[in-house]
Design a protein around this ligand. Structure first.
Ligand code: PRP
Length: 209
């Protein structure tokens, strides 16, 4: 890449549309007919996008494979990468919560049983309960977490809530908020030093968008 080019890692899924709309308003729209290409050129010749899974954004940016990235603070706090966080966005808002089946005992189970908790966020869940001195057994799953209590895999879950529809449809009730989540811009430390002018320009344009 040329000295001025920035590669920006964007998370597929719920943040993708809002993120590219934001870049489009800032004059950096990705190519619209990208097809299955994962490295996507932008209308700004010095910007290139990388389309990856949300959980992979921190490692690409921390390693320098991407200069910048957009991901949710849920993924960020779970991965805890050594990156800069220069900008928060006004999209991607949701909450990381503890939920339990409607009518179930909470916060303690009868007979002092240690609660089993299914989640994609083992680190954040462990920290939350350890911080309160409450013992839980964490079961890590990759998605569709809300089904775990229905099938007896876990007593509770820790997962994202946006509209609340998924919890409701699976008979679960929100009990505690662990983290308020929003989309965040992250930056590789060395890249920001070496290409400071470009980083500042992109942040200014995004901030105005
Ligand atoms: C997310 C999250 C919840 C759901 C919350 O899942 O994990 O399941 O959205 O949204 P709601 O409160 O508006 O119903 P996602 O669709 O990203 O898929 P996943 O189950 O694979 O994580």
């Amino acid at each position: 890449m040329s000295a001025n080019r920035l590669r920006i890692a964007l998370a597929k899924g719920r943040l993708w549309e809002s993120a590219i709309a934001h870049f489009a308003r800032a004059g950096m729209a990705p190519l619209s007919d990208k097809g299955r290409r994962l490295l996507v050129p932008s209308e700004d010749p010095d910007i290139e996008f990388l389309e990856i899974k949300p959980g992979d954004v921190p490692i690409y940016v921390e390693s320098g494979a991407a200069d910048l990235g957009i991901t949710g603070t849920d993924v960020l706090r779970e991965a805890n990468p050594d990156v800069l966080e220069p900008l928060e966005f006004d999209f991607g808002q949701c909450r990381l919560v503890v939920a339990a089946p409607a009518g179930a005992a909470y916060p303690a189970l009868p007979g002092g049983i240690t609660p089993r908790l299914a989640t994609k966020y083992p680190r954040l869940a462990r920290e939350h309960f350890a911080g309160q001195g409450r013992g839980v057994e964490i079961i890590e799953v990759g998605g569709s977490v809300e089904v775990a209590p229905l099938l007896g895999l876990s007593h509770w879950i820790v997962d994202l809530v946006d509209t609340g529809n998924t919890l409701k449809a699976n008979g679960l009730v929100e009990q505690e908020t662990i983290l308020n989540v929003r989309a965040t811009l992250i930056a590789n430390r060395a890249s920001q030093k070496l290409k400071l002018g470009r980083h500042l320009e992109v942040m200014r344009r995004l901030g105005e968008g």
